[in-house]
Design a protein around this ligand. Structure first.
Ligand SMILES: Cc1cc2nc3c(=O)[nH]c(=O)nc-3n(C[C@H](O)[C@H](O)[C@H](O)COP(=O)(O)O)c2cc1C
Length: 260
């Protein structure tokens, strides 16, 4: 090296100083932006919840739209509201991976292929005045390549589907990824989960092919996604699981009878 500015010592000093400055900038940004990131994440989840229920209005701040939504925690076993966790901070997905907060599901029980189930779930109750207008419930289950995470929304009769939407999955765009297609999602609206509204066997299902509207039980059936039978089956499985005895059925029975 000819010039003194190119000596190994100077090059190393500049490189180390640059690394130090950059690491301070990156870590300060991470620390300073943490609150904003968490607020964005929470807002995004609220948007997903409202969208699943078909209640998301463009141009109106999400926080304002969420004002009518009450978030409560329930004990999934007993189907009762609980104060055991704080709905404002409880992370249901994290809890499902925490052995102290979740239970192993046996192969027979685990129809949604989720392996473990959290003891407590969050539910979102939408009120119009004092009257329950919608109930939004988190659901998840394995498709072909990935676990699909989403929400199912029910009308106040706790039986009619108001909407279904997934906010995270890794299914193939154009195939299983068609779960996000608004035309397919619209097919869920108005479908009935239980026969005659009697909470028990889950009648709602995704079939292979198209539903004949005249066929008996059509009100419980949703078209499968063409070319994506395995993802469709995954959605069917997760509906069976979460709307059944090991999912929300105990809570829905309690809510209906006013004993939640
Ligand atoms: C690259 C690739 C990606 C695929 N992705 C999906 C998928 O996301 N979901 C799915 O159900 N099927 C997917 N399939 C197709 C399945 O392997 C299977 O053929 C299909 O689910 C059968 O559906 P059908 O009976 O409606 O044709 C994929 C196939 C290939 C080759």
């Amino acid at each position: 090296m000819s010039s003194s500015n190119e000596s190994i010592k100077k090059v190393l000093t500049v490189a180390i100083a640059l690394c130090l400055v950059c690491s301070v900038v990156v870590s300060s940004a991470a620390v300073l932006l943490r609150d904003a990131q968490q607020a964005n994440k929470a807002r995004d989840m609220k948007r997903n919840i409202l969208a699943a229920a078909g209640m998301l209005e463009s141009g109106v701040p999400v926080e304002e739209q969420f004002r009518n939504v009450e978030t409560r925690a329930i004990n999934l076993d007993t189907g009762e509201f609980t104060d055991a966790v704080d709905p404002a901070t409880y992370d249901q997905r994290k809890a499902a991976n925490n052995p102290a907060m979740s239970e192993d599901l046996s192969g027979e029980e685990d129809t949604a292929d989720i392996k473990r189930q959290e003891k407590y779930g969050l539910v979102y109750l939408v009120y119009e005045g004092d009257n329950l207008q919608r109930l939004i419930l988190p659901v998840r289950g394995y498709g072909l390549w990935s676990t699909l995470y989403g929400f199912i929304a029910l009308e106040s009769d706790l039986n009619t589907v108001a909407g279904l939407g997934f906010y995270e999955h890794g299914e193939t765009p154009g195939l299983g990824g068609e779960v996000d297609n608004p035309r397919w999602k619209a097919k869920w609206e108005g479908k009935k989960v239980y026969d005659g509204g009697q909470i028990g066997d889950v009648e709602l299902s995704v079939i292979k092919g198209e539903v004949d509207p005249q066929a008996p039980g059509a009100k419980h059936k949703v078209d499968g996604l063409s070319g994506a039978t395995l993802t469709s089956k995954g959605v069917d499985n997760l509906i069976q699981f979460w709307m059944g005895e090991n999912g929300y059925a105990p809570f829905l029975s309690n809510l209906k009878s006013g004993e939640a």
